[in-house]
Ligand binder design. Structure first.
Ligand code: URA
Length: 233
């Protein structure tokens, strides 16, 4: 079985043929350490992001700085066409300073691969830059303190599309209490600082509820469509 088929199977997709040969990935994905090395190279060459990352490192605006091991700023090329926004670092992310290093990250890689992206092509950040203790849900005040950092990242990265993972990321970015189901199904294209936003399920949820993968696949296709021709319909 080739690598593409393997990743599509992980997404619950058994048949998918791209009509756009330009979107066929050809090489093995770069994950974990390799991603970090590349991302660090990018960050070091962008002074604005280096400065912003330094501000995050010394941030004490909420109590999460007391329990974090390190901050998890974000990784990826600057600029990037596609930006992923998750919820908050996991225990392992907190130790390594890199988002999505665990099992959810592997599924995220498969999700991206299924629409023709490798992890190293996209910028990945979270609503929170510090891990909430015991992986509890982020508090509203923590999100409110962290949101300006995320907005500045978006403005610097200038993505064509933002893909949010799970309800926390989308609700916090859009400042809404609408449910993820409403936000996914309304048919209305939302925007953050002028950038179109597609909401989908969090990979950690998809790992527990594989039946939702086919719904997530539709969101991913919408994002891909937006990237290709600027419209999701
Ligand atoms: N790791 C992250 O970086 N973000 C999440 O939302 C989950 C795990």
């Amino acid at each position: 079985m080739d690598i593409r088929t393997r990743y599509l199977q992980e997404m619950g997709i058994t048949q998918w043929v791209s009509r756009d040969p330009g979107l066929h990935p050809t090489s093995e994905m770069v994950v974990g350490q390799n991603l970090n090395i590349k991302a660090k190279d990018f960050i070091q060459t962008d002074q604005v992001m280096t400065d912003l990352s330094a501000q995050v490192d010394i941030c004490r605006q909420c109590d999460l700085h007391r329990t974090r091991y390190t901050t998890v700023f974000g990784v990826g090329p600057i600029p990037a066409d596609l930006m992923i926004v998750g919820e908050a670092p996991s225990a392992e992310d907190d130790r390594q300073g890199i988002p999505f290093v665990g099992r959810a990250g592997q599924l995220l890689a498969s999700m991206l691969f299924s629409i023709g992206f490798e992890l190293e092509d996209v910028y990945i950040a979270n609503s929170l830059k510090c891990r909430p203790p015991d992986d509890r849900d982020p508090l509203a005040e923590e999100l409110a303190h962290c949101n300006p950092f995320l907005l500045q990242q978006i403005q610097r990265i200038q993505p064509k599309v933002i893909l949010t993972l799970g309800k926390v990321a989308v609700q916090s970015l859009l400042n809404t209490s609408e449910s993820l189901a409403q936000l996914r199904n309304s048919g209305q294209l939302r925007e953050v600082v002028g950038v179109p936003l597609i909401a989908t399920y969090h990979p950690a949820y998809l790992l527990q509820s594989p039946a939702a993968k086919s719904e997530s696949w539709k969101d991913l296709c919408r994002a891909r469509q937006l990237l290709i021709n600027g419209s999701s319909g």
